[in-house]
Design a protein around this ligand. Sequence first.
Ligand code: MG
Length: 250
Amino acid sequence: MVVIKTAREISKMKDACRISAEALRVAGEAVKPGVTTYEIDTIIRKYIEKQGATPSFLGYGGFPASACISVNNVVIHGIPSKKLVLKEGDIVSVDVGAYYGGFHGDNAYTFPCGSISENAQKLLDATRESLNEGIKQALVGNRIGDIGSAVQQYVEARSYSVVRDFVGHGVGAKLHEDPSVPNYGAPHRGVRLLPGMTIAIEPMVNEGKYQVRVLDDKWTTVTCDGKLSAHFEHTVAITPDGPKIMTLCD
Ligand code: MG
């Protein structure tokens, strides 16, 4: 069931979204060669808790950390680890949510670690821009398929591929709400977008083929072909005045 939020609820939800965005910014500042993903996760958790908020992912479905940190060929759900030391040239996807005032915010960004290859930079640019293309379609009267179609067309025109097995989602009082928000699909199809819907749009874009697999730890999701993957996400409110990106820093 799609949950429609009142203007007042959306206004309250902005706090959770702002904290999520700031936690992501703080994480990005910590991405450097020699740092472990465990250290970045700790920085994130401490930042969120300092704001009086709770890390949305910690304990969610048994997830053992505050953020998913996914390096290079890891698409999503990378588990922060003391053994994973970042090195120059890595691309580091950080996905983090914060729960505050009864609502969740959810966002992700793929950071370069030091200087990265031109190919990696192009993948990051294309994925970030595909998110913007999706957000542009988050209009009252459009349908979910308009978002996915815009993302998919932008990505595939650059010879990258869109992950199918994982999708965006509604977000609000629960971290994952209806509807599903795929990053692929046909225009004019799917759930109609109404004012007061809040959704997480989150393209996961692979350098090679779209197939992914989940490792034995039941979380870490990698590209089947071993090539790079990037992930950008914003929480967006559908409003009569157009899409409002909620996960922005102050
Ligand atoms: Mg999400």
